[in-house]
Design a protein around this ligand. Structure first.
Ligand SMILES: Nc1ncnc2c1ncn2[C@@H]1O[C@H](COP(=O)(O)OP(=O)(O)OP(=O)(O)O)[C@@H](O)[C@H]1O
Ligand SMILES: [Mg+2]
Length: 350
């Protein structure tokens, strides 16, 4: 039996695993819970997410990736090992694994990811740039000498790149993405209504009510939180129009960074982008009205890729067959003479 090769999108919000034949086969939030009394991981993924805001003081909820960088190596490795062993349970047939790592990852962090993937039973491991993976997953033929601009808006970072012949020609990354929108919404509701809301409520407001462009949509949601003035639970109706200011401020930062990338792009490639437009990928790009807002600011056509949240994982899986056609955006990171053994779940966290 041949183990299918897999692509892993190691994202700030979720870890998504795909194969080229089946597409996305696994998605879990990038989060874990540790019992600090025993230093053991007691839950990961959905199970840990359900604990957010509801745990006693001796349980730490850890989001190991933040703003596009790895903040907690041990939990990152724990998630990689646990999730991979769910997808590839066989210890005999080992898959080739491509991993899309955050843009701002350091060499040491990349080595730690490679080691975790090898420990989890990979035969070989490859690293791919997020914008290149995003473009591949969106169906762009990245190998041609034709410029294509991708803006991948995830949870922790927005990665902007003009790609040609399988590599990025011009790029920028900024820590303004889905989480920053959630924080801005929570802060705004706090200031405007004296209501402190949790991160999951702020995210629900973003997905269900917020919109970047005026008059495109009008929604409302009742939110519950905590009033600082009365020190009691309280509820409040929040309308789309209430949220224009905080979301537009962040959308403007993304537009400015994209503008900078376009300005620095060589004229031939910039002309290609003007003709073909800009592609949005990543879960954060699904914010209502964002594509229209960016199109207005950049004066080019901006379109949302199909199934934007899974583009990176699908492109990462595809990179395993296209590897040779990709340039610096893809590299074989398999350690020479790897002698590690399958680690399984580490259970004991320290
Ligand atoms: N319908 C939606 N509207 C707005 N935002 C959404 C929607 N669905 C998901 N999101 C946001 O998408 C973000 C997660 O996107 P994604 O899974 O692409 O991030 P990631 O790859 O984990 O992060 P990163 O690439 O920064 O490491 C979250 O902030 C989530 O709130
Ligand atoms: Mg991502």
């Amino acid at each position: 039996m041949k183990q299918q090769d897999i692509g892993i999108d190691l994202g700030t919000s979720s870890i998504i695993i795909a194969t080229q034949a089946q597409g996305v086969i696994f998605t879990q939030p990038s989060i874990g819970a540790v019992d600090t009394r025993t230093n053991t991981v007691i839950a990961v993924g959905e199970q840990a997410l359900r604990m957010v805001g509801r745990v006693p003081s001796y349980i730490d909820i850890i989001r190991p990736l933040k703003d596009g960088i790895i903040q907690d190596h041990r939990m990152t490795n724990e998630l990689i090992i646990r999730y991979m062993s769910e997808v590839c349970p066989s210890r005999l047939v080992k898959p080739r694994v491509a991993v899309c790592v955050p843009a701002a990852i350091t060499g040491v962090e990349a080595d730690a990811v490679v080691e975790a993937v090898m420990s989890a039973g990979a035969r070989s491991v490859y690293l791919i740039d997020e914008p290149v993976a995003a473009a591949l997953g969106a169906g762009v033929d990245t190998a041609t000498p034709r410029g294509c601009m991708v803006i991948d808006i995830g949870g922790g970072s927005t990665d902007i790149a003009v790609i040609s012949m399988g590599g990025r020609v011009q790029a920028a990354s900024l820590p303004v993405a889905g989480n920053a929108f959630d924080n801005a919404i929570a802060q705004w509701v706090q200031e405007r209504y004296d209501l402190s809301v949790g991160p999951l409520t702020a995210e629900a407001l973003k997905k269900q009510v917020a919109c970047c462009t005026r008059s495109e949509f009008e929604g409302v949601m009742e939110v519950r939180g905590h009033s600082w003035q009365t020190d009691l639970p309280a509820r409040q109706l929040v309308y789309t129009r209430d949220l224009y200011a905080p979301v537009q401020e962040l959308a403007a930062q993304i537009a400015a960074a994209a503008h900078g990338v376009l300005e620095a792009t060589p004229p031939e490639l910039a002309a290609d982008v003007a003709e073909t437009g800009v592609l949005l990928t990543g879960g954060g790009s699904m914010l209502r009205g964002l594509a229209a807002y960016l199109a207005g600011e950049l004066k080019v056509n901006v379109s949302l890729a199909p199934d934007p949240i899974n583009c990176v994982a699908r492109g990462t899986a595809a990179s395993l067959t296209l590897g040779k056609e990709l340039s610096a955006g893809f590299k074989d990171a398999t350690p020479k003479g790897w002698r590690g053994t399958f680690a399984g779940s580490t259970q004991d966290f320290i």
